[in-house]
Design a protein around this ligand. Structure first.
Ligand code: ZN
Length: 149
C-alpha cells in the first residue's frame, strides 16, 4: 500500500514533503507528523486527518507537488525564467506607482500577489505575479494582497 504512487510520489514522500513545507514556513511547534501541519491545510480547505482518509492524499499530493523547494528559490531556473516572462509581458515598470529604473532609478521586483509564506503552492504561478518597484514591494510588507495589474 505504501508503495503505491500518487502523482509520482509515495505516501511517505508526500508526508515528508509536507513536513519540509511546514518546517520551512515556520509552522511546526515541536511535534512530528501530519497533525502539526493540519492548521495550515485546514486553513486552505484541506482535511483534519490525512492519515485516515485515502482520498485526501491526492489533494495533499497536488498541493505539495506545486510547492517548490524553499532553499535558493530566487536563484532557481524555474523562478528566473518565470520572472523574465512576467517582465516581458508587463514591462520593467512598477504596476502600482508607474515608476521604472530608466526614468526614476527605482529597482524593479517581480512580486507574489498572494505571498509565498501563505500560498507556497502559488510560488510559480504566472497569474500570481506582478511587477513592483522596491519601494512599493517593501511597503506592502507581505500583508497586502492587492492585484495592481
Ligand atoms: Zn512602485
Amino acid at each position: 500500500m505504501e508503495k503505491e504512487k500518487i502523482l509520482g510520489m509515495t505516501k511517505k514522500e508526500i508526508r515528508a514533503k509536507s513536513r519540509i513545507y511546514a518546517r520551512g514556513f515556520g509552522k511546526i511547534k515541536g511535534k512530528k507528523g501530519l497533525q502539526v501541519i493540519y492548521p495550515i491545510f485546514v486553513e486552505r480547505g484541506f482535511v483534519k486527518d490525512v492519515e485516515d482518509d485515502e482520498s485526501k492524499y491526492i489533494e495533499l499530493a497536488k498541493f505539495v507537488s506545486k510547492v517548490p523547494d524553499k532553499k535558493n528559490f530566487y536563484r532557481s531556473g524555474d523562478w528566473l525564467k518565470l520572472r523574465y516572462d512576467v517582465i516581458l509581458k508587463y514591462g520593467a515598470r512598477c504596476q502600482c506607482c508607474g515608476r521604472d529604473y530608466k526614468n526614476n532609478g527605482v529597482k524593479i521586483n517581480v512580486d507574489h500577489i498572494k505571498p509565498r509564506h501563505k500560498y507556497p503552492e502559488l510560488s510559480l504561478e504566472f497569474d500570481n505575479l506582478q511587477v513592483l518597484c522596491e519601494d512599493c514591494n517593501l511597503g506592502k510588507l507581505n500583508l497586502d494582497e492587492t492585484d495592481w495589474r
